[in-house]
Design a protein around this ligand. Structure first.
Ligand code: PRP
Length: 211
């Protein structure tokens, strides 16, 4: 048998849905479900080897070719960019990037340069560049909603899923930036060298998504 295709999966929010998708294809993911602290898990009947990693690292591993495939959010793809192929929109992990600010404030009023807090500086920079707007970007690592509440920023560019975090912190969406969902990505060389297997997997996934 050929060596397993190695697929990097984003730990956390996307993990359950990705395993659900693979089980929906008929694969036995019990090793992944019972992983304990192990980070590399086999799915023998699919000839897959699962690597569990943080979103940014999924892209790094796929770009460097140590993983053939990856499942990662479009948010991370847009922020990190990089050299890999984006193959399939997996349909789960749906949310959006949005610009948000304190409720009932007119974000676009006034002439001063606005400050924007975000975990995604590239996304924020490109968004405001597309508007021809000069902004100061402050990189924050998490709970970005704090920044406008503490007076550090006029607005945030962040992921909005249900909108509850914004609402419960007195913030509101000013403008949607771009929709997000989980994507299957591939290393460029793997896609050539293991084309038949990868295409077969894509076909199975696309069939399952249509059901
Ligand atoms: C994300 C995002 C928002 C929240 C949005 O944060 O940064 O804070 O989820 O979800 P909602 O619209 O459903 O409320 P995450 O939970 O990943 O934590 P973090 O802020 O620490 O990164």
């Amino acid at each position: 048998m050929a060596k397993p295709l190695r697929i990097a999966l984003t730990k956390g929010r996307l993990e359950k849905d990705t395993i659900g998708l693979l089980e929906g294809l008929g694969y036995d993911c019990s090793a992944v479900r019972e992983k304990g602290r192990r980070l590399i898990l086999p799915i023998p009947d699919a000839n897959l080897e699962v690597v569990l990693a943080k979103a940014n690292d999924v892209i790094t591993y796929v770009e460097h070719g140590v993983c053939d495939l990856g499942v990662v959010g479009k948010d991370t793809i847009i922020e990190m960019q990089g050299k890999f192929f984006e193959l399939v929109d997996l349909g789960f992990g749906r949310c959006r990037f949005a610009l948000a600010a304190k409720k009932d404030t007119d974000f676009y009023s006034g002439f001063g340069v606005k400050s924007i807090a975000t975990k995604y500086p590239n996304v924020a920079r490109r968004f405001f560049e597309s508007k021809g707007m000069d902004v100061d970007i402050v990189k924050i690592e998490g709970s970005v909603e704090l920044a406008p509440l503490l007076g550090l920023a006029d607005g945030i560019v962040d992921i909005v899923e249900t909108g509850v975090t914004l609402r419960e912190n007195g913030l509101e969406v000013v403008e949607d930036v771009v929709p997000i969902s989980a994507r299957l990505i591939a290393n460029t060389v793997s896609l050539k060298l293991r084309q038949t297997e990868i295409e077969a997997l894509i076909r199975k996934i696309e069939e399952a998504l249509q059901k």
